[in-house]
Write a protein that binds this ligand. Structure first.
Ligand code: MV4
Length: 433
């Protein structure tokens, strides 16, 4: 909506009754309540959202990064209702949404993938043959999953039959699709993803990587660009692979191609996210670009041919969640009695919060993205620590003190760590807050 205001485009917010006091509702030119808190009654209710667009005469819908952002049926309904879905066409979402299809699609485009099954696993014998051929440990993944949901690591043949049955049952329950595939398990990888932009005229480009290795239970907590372990040569290779993956489906819009990077700096395609992501601001800061503006321009048919970027410096994002790091990151909803956000040179805060706002218990716990930009990684870490100190939230627990501790560890400062980082990190209750 900030971008729309700059472009002179009017905005309509949709909201559930749990979000009537959220800042996005106040910021919009118009707002339409689409129902009660449960997703199926509001934010996941396609007819209600289309109705809100129709009564307000909306030309387009920006799906954000939650709920229906990667829902092919929604993109299709928008299109058949004469509303531009700001993002890719339904078929593109479908091709990447089914992870086994995505794998087969990118293999054909020459993108490196982890050795694994050819197609979905048909039966136990197929699973055994595949695992013998690629070697243990292996990982079973649901084809309808993504983001780590429902994955199972199998370290020896004895466990395979049972793990397969459990994975298939869980996949059926969680996604309504029991299809699974098998990959060689990559030990202690880093999560490095490439930002891509594709226009409607067949042009695709990449805007470098984001390193999202610091995660807890598949929830990213800290993201940065550039990755401390990616050099110009590797960036060019990963960038070309990401562009090939997007081009293979004739992609449109902003997308992210996710890779695992192993300790030998080999990279493997994992999945493609066909939406703008939470962590896109780190790319915006280093590349000096408004990615949402690019999404909107691409949706109107603008060309990206001739775009060049001069990436500069280092950017880090810390996700400020309404969670209690002292108690296993349990949700901590409630009123923000004080909400003082940091500022100054190189500091950006994206948030729907304000003093007296009540964080509802219904949705994701992200309340702010704290993003810094500086010339070097060392200076970005110092700036982030300064900004975290300035960020005052009274009323609920947040991840702010957790971030302060992570950023001061020698492992984080060295830049050399893997996705197991938080398994060995112990949060200590601060003596003075
Ligand atoms: C893997 C893997 C190891 N080997 N695939 C998790 C998110 C999903 N997109 C892919 N994931 C993984 N896939 C193979 N063949 C390990 C993970 C993984 C992981 C990846 C990135 C960041 C954190 C992670 C935590 C656990 C597992």
């Amino acid at each position: 909506m900030q971008t729309c205001r700059e472009l002179g485009i009017g905005t309509v917010a949709v909201y559930s009754t749990a979000d009537s006091d959220s800042l996005h509702v106040r910021y919009a030119d118009e707002a339409v309540c689409i129902g009660p808190p449960l997703g199926k009654d509001s934010y996941l209710n396609i007819p209600r959202i289309i109705a809100a667009a129709e009564i307000t005469n909306a030309d387009a819908i920006h799906p954000g990064y939650g709920f229906l952002a990667e829902n092919a049926d929604f993109a299709e309904v928008c299109s058949s209702s004469g509303i531009k879905f700001i993002g890719p066409q339904a078929e593109m979402i479908r091709k990447m949404g089914d992870k086994n299809t995505a794998r087969e699609t990118v293999i054909a485009a020459g993108v490196p993938i982890v050795p694994g099954s050819e197609g979905l696993i048909s039966d136990v014998e197929h699973a055994q043959d595949t695992a013998e051929k690629i070697g243990y440990p292996v990982i079973i993944k649901p084809t309808a999953g993504g983001g780590g949901k429902g994955m199972r690591v199998v370290s020896e043949p004895m466990q395979l039959e049972k793990a397969l049955a459990t994975a298939q049952t869980e996949a059926q329950q969680a996604f309504g699709n029991s299809g699974v595939y098998i990959e060689k398990f990559v030990d202690s990888p880093r999560h490095v993803e490439i930002q891509v932009l594709s226009d409607q005229h067949g042009n695709t480009m990449h805007l470098g990587e984001r390193d999202c290795t610091i995660q807890r239970r598949h929830q990213k907590l800290i993201e940065e660009t550039p990755s401390p372990v990616v050099d110009e040569e590797l960036r060019a290779k990963m960038g070309a692979a990401a562009v090939a993956a997007a081009a293979a489906i004739n992609y449109e819009g902003a997308g992210t191609v996710e890779f695992l990077l192993d300790s030998g700096r080999n990279f493997y395609f994992m999945e493609m996210n066909t939406r703008i992501q939470v962590e896109h601001p780190v790319t915006e800061e280093r590349y000096d670009v408004d990615l949402v503006r690019e999404q909107i321009l691409i949706a109107t048919g603008a060309s990206i041919a001739g775009y060049t970027f001069s990436p500069k410096g280092h950017s880090i994002e810390c996700r400020i969640n309404a969670e209690d790091p002292e108690h296993g990151f349990r949700p901590s909803p409630g009123e923000l009695h004080v909400f003082h956000t940091p500022g100054g040179h190189g500091v950006r805060v994206d948030s729907h919060g304000y003093a007296s706002y009540r964080v509802p218990p219904n949705y994701d716990s992200l309340i702010a993205k704290l993003v810094v930009h500086a010339d070097t990684r060392e200076e970005a870490i110092e700036r982030m620590l300064r900004a975290l100190d300035e960020f005052i939230v009274v009323g609920i627990k947040t991840t702010i003190p957790f971030h302060k501790q992570v950023l001061q560890t020698n492992d984080f400062k060295s830049g050399v760590f893997d996705t197991g980082f938080l398994d060995t990190f112990t949060y200590r209750v601060p003596q003075v807050s």
